[in-house]
Design a protein around this ligand. Structure first.
Ligand code: ADP
Length: 875
């Protein structure tokens, strides 16, 4: 078999053999094979690319009986085609000619110069400006994980590891934070039972499995020393192995120096506020749940940054709220000062608008892909620095002072680019026109030769007309023949003896002569020489600038921080936000708080502000009732968002806010995504609740909306009741919680348990209509107004009337039932659910089973599983 393949390979043309040999090494990529002015693709790559890019599929003789399927794209337009393939998740290997085809002997040497994958794109044209593009390596070892993340376009590199708790979920939460566009992993990851549901169905990203050897301790140690001159990991083997594999992968795809990646930032997941993936989605931090758009998210309100770098920084801040009071206050102080300094802020924002993406330009510098225009963009950005520095000179806040001290004006680099690069340099670096006059003597001299040469030519033309008496004689130029004298057929008789014929046309003859050859060699020599010299000088300037990558990156960082701070300050000023008091005292007090996004989206209505008080004592849990559409979930989300904003160092939409640090926010709002597919909505909901109960701490904030809705009323109510009891119990959790519910029975808990308070979102009934007042008040809602809300939603009036009648009948029946029940002895501290005399056999069994349970021996998960199985018995 193998022999057969080799035989048929041997039949291939030499160029096709070269292609096959290279393709063999890049099997998982679409190979762009440079042939003249085109990148060609062959065989299955060609079929795939022609389909995906809608380009014509042709064929090429390859030595075999059938022609090889082929399609191609012009090399100068390749990047648009590449970006389309990358956006669809493919990897592209660029195979270039390594020698000049004109001078090459035999077949031109070719090899892959770069592999572009979704996670390694550096071309700004292919990237979203205000969003990092991450590549992640996951190292799975039994039940634990190492994680390393890099943004090649900016040089940021992070690493961490997960060695506790239900780690697969933590891994998913971390992946949801970064939203990497590409993941590489070792094989072990795919053997996890949850792999398919989590990656394929939930995250919708398929990790590429790479050689496990690349994750070894030895490889990672060597790679780290190679790039960072040291191994920064101490006793963090999993994170180290993931980082090593990531560097190996970068080296094999980028084939360039990685010096713009200066350091690995090693962090602990619990160092930042933890937000699980469901909470990130439901709080709509960076994108909306419904259509994944920025508009309508928290980021949309807060991001008024002027630069792409600042946009990315601000996004990172709200994706990773802080847990250190001092660090938070450092940011808040700086924002406060910029908020007050209106003029300074305005001018800074204006200046920053003229700053390009220095971070990504620096990466291009390192990869050697900058052109003269990129250098000009760096120069123009640097030209703003003295003004920016001057503006922040008198700021007093520590963070602002640090920025002032760190901001390097880079005058030397500015001066170098300013002196050398022409303001209107072209895109191409190999066609001249780049170097400024006066920068290099040789360039000036060649240029003189070529301009003066043109004068010499016109002088010669005049002389020859004079000498020969041919008035129509012209000296012309074309690429094939160079300079020539053109004489029309009618005048050939007057041509002197020293003209040498070069070419005969229908109506004219073309000649040359010694003097013309002389001038020509001077001019043409100068023109090629100047282009060559300019390219050399450009490369020198580029290399000199790229030796200052570290300084450029520091400057970029200062500017991005300043930009993000200005944006926070500006938004605070425009939207009447206040500075939150952040401490570690456990109280969340918000006066007249607003939802930052909903208040912006309301068109003709005014947003109604509301108060909040949660603590770890008397006010641990607020049970919130009220009809649908009253504003319960808006209110709960607003509390979560205000907390998150405060800990990100941002001012908040309220009149006053005091935020006792929150270590994790968990939300369970509405119909959640089907995490573990194939399960009922109820099962999904219960899994999520189990996760919350398992991972929340006394310092967490829980937002729970309609827990237990997915099952029958009594089941749901029992579960909600038990969950509240568990959360409220200080020995178990005792954390701050907002709990919205339709079960009015739950309001009984306020009297039974310390730590619970009832609230309702008020509505007023006016005739047949209900008016939403949106005001949160103490006490439980008296009625659910479900029928009225259904009316508002457009259910026909006769259906609504009938519903009202049924409701009245049910209410009456309920009253009779309750009075009967009251005569029986109530079970103390329990819901009055189980005292009916008409129990079925299954119900009695369930009660017996319940009696046998010792709750103190159950974990929350066991409890929920038990509840679920009890419920099944009743179905
Ligand atoms: P619920 O969770 O009680 O069903 P929502 O929180 O979804 O209700 O609110 C329904 C709608 O009411 C929101 O989309 C918003 O437009 C409006 N709304 C909610 N809270 C307020 C408020 N405090 N001020 C003004 N409008 C509000």
């Amino acid at each position: 078999m193998k022999e057969g393949v080799e035989k048929s390979l041997a039949k291939l043309t030499p160029m096709m053999q070269q292609y096959m040999e290279i393709k063999e090494r890049y099997k998982d990529c679409i190979l762009f094979f440079r042939l003249g002015d085109f990148y060609e693709m062959f065989f299955s790559d060609a079929e795939l690319a022609s389909r995906e890019l809608e380009i014509t599929l042709t064929g090429r003789d390859c030595g075999l009986e059938e022609r090889a399927p082929m399609c191609g794209v012009p090399y100068h337009a390749a990047h648009t085609y590449i970006s389309r393939l990358i956006a669809k998740g493919y990897k592209v290997a660029i195979c270039d000619q390594l020698e000049d085809p004109a001078t090459a002997k035999g077949i031109v040497k070719r090899d892959v110069s770069r592999v572009i994958t979704p996670g390694t794109v550096i071309d700004p044209a292919m990237l979203e400006e205000k969003k990092n593009n991450y590549l992640m390596a996951v190292y799975c070892q039994q039940i634990y994980f190492g994680i390393a993340v890099v943004d090649v376009s900016t040089g940021e590199f992070y690493a961490t590891q997960i060695t506790w708790g239900s780690s697969m979920r933590k891994l998913i939460d971390e992946i949801s934070k970064y939203k990497p566009s590409e993941i590489i992993a070792n094989e072990a990851l795919t053997t996890k039972p949850e792999y398919k549901s989590y990656f394929r169905e939930y995250l919708k990203i398929e990790p590429s499995i790479i050689d496990g050897e690349l994750f070894s301790l030895k490889n990672s140690h060597d790679r780290l020393v190679e790039v960072f001159n040291e191994n920064p990991f101490k006793n963090l083997d999993l994170a180290q192995c993931a980082s090593g594999a990531l560097i190996s992968y970068l080296e094999s795809t980028q084939k360039a120096d990685l010096k713009h990646i200066e350091k690995v930032k090693i962090y602990k997941i619990e160092q930042y506020m933890m937000l699980d993936s469901a909470s990130r989605r439901s709080l709509e931090i960076t994108e909306t749940m419904r259509d994944s758009k920025k508009k309508g998210s928290l980021l949309w309100v807060l991001d008024k940054t002027s630069t792409s770098m600042g946009g990315r920084k601000l996004r990172q801040w709200i994706e990773q709220p802080l847990l250190d009071v001092d660090e938070i206050n450092l940011r808040l102080d700086a924002v406060a000062e910029l908020k007050e300094s209106f003029m300074v802020r305005n001018e800074l924002m204006e200046l920053l608008r003229g700053v390009y993406d220095i971070e990504r330009l620096t990466s291009k510098l390192v990869f050697g892909t900058v052109n003269a225009r990129d250098l000009l963009a760096i120069k123009s950005s640097l030209s703003k620095l003295p003004y920016i520095k001057e503006l922040i000179r008198d700021l007093k806040a520590d963070y602002n002072r640090q920025l002032y001290d760190r901001l390097d004006l880079m005058e030397d680099i500015y001066a170098l680019i300013d002196a050398s690069i022409n303001e209107d340099a072209p895109l191409s670096v190999k066609e001249g026109g780049i170097i400024k006059e006066g920068y290099d003597e040789l360039v000036d001299e060649y240029r003189r030769a070529s301009t003066e040469g043109k004068v010499w030519i016109s002088e010669l033309e005049a002389q020859e007309r004079e000498r020969t008496g041919i008035k129509s004689l012209k000296i012309r130029y074309n690429d094939n023949f160079g300079y020539y004298i053109e004489v029309t057929k009618a005048n050939i008789g007057s041509v002197p003896d020293d003209y040498v014929r070069k070419q005969t046309l229908v109506n004219s003859e073309r000649y040359t002569m010694d003097k013309l050859k002389d001038i020509e060699s001077k001019i043409l020599g100068a023109e090629t020489k100047v282009v060559q010299r300019e390219y050399e000088l450009f490369c020198n300037v580029r290399d000199t600038v790229s030796q200052h990558v570290k300084r450029l990156k520091t400057t970029a960082d200062c500017l991005s921080v300043l930009d993000a701070l200005c944006s926070f300050a500006d938004v605070a000023d425009r939207n009447q936000y206040v500075r939150p008091v952040v401490n570690d005292e456990g109280i969340i007090e918000i006066r007249n708080g607003r939802h930052p996004v909903v208040e912006k989206m309301l068109e003709d209505a005014q947003f109604v502000p509301n108060d909040t008080w949660l603590d770890n004592d008397e006010n641990r849990i607020s049970i919130i009732t009220g009809p649908n559409m009253a504003g319960k979930s808006t209110y709960m989300r607003q509390v979560a968002l205000i907390t998150l904003m405060a800990q990100a160092g941002c001012f908040v939409p309220a009149e006053y806010a005091r935020i006792g640090l929150v270590d994790r926010i968990f939300t369970r709002i509405g119909a959640s995504d089907d995490l573990a597919s194939g399960q009922s909505t109820f099962m999904v909901e219960m899994t999520e609740v189990a996760n919350i109960l398992e991972n929340a701490t006394p310092k967490s904030l829980l937002i729970l909306d309609e827990i237990g809705r997915g099952t029958s009323t009594y089941d749901g109510l029992s579960i909600a009741w038990a969950v509240i009891e568990y959360i409220n119990d200080k020995a178990k959790l005792g954390c701050r919680t907002l709990f919205a519910t339709h079960y009015h029975e739950l309001t009984e808990l306020e009297e039974k348990l310390h730590g619970i308070k009832n609230y309702c979102v008020s509505v007023r009934k006016k005739g047949n209509e209900i008016i939403f007042l949106r005001k949160l008040m103490r006490g439980g809602a008296d009625k659910s107004y479900g029928v009225e809300v259904a009316g508002l939603a457009g259910i026909p009036a006769n259906v609504i009337e009938r519903a009202k009648m049924i409701l009245e009948e049910l209410d009456e029946a309920d009253i009779n039932q309750s009075s009967k029940k009251r005569k029986q002895k109530p079970v103390d501290g329990q819901l009055d659910l189980f005292t009916s005399s008409t129990l079925t056999k299954a119900e009695r069994e369930v009660i017996e089973e319940l009696k046998k349970i010792d709750p103190s021996l159950l974990t929350p998960l066991d409890a929920l599983n038990k509840l679920y199985s009890l419920q099944q018995k009743l179905k």
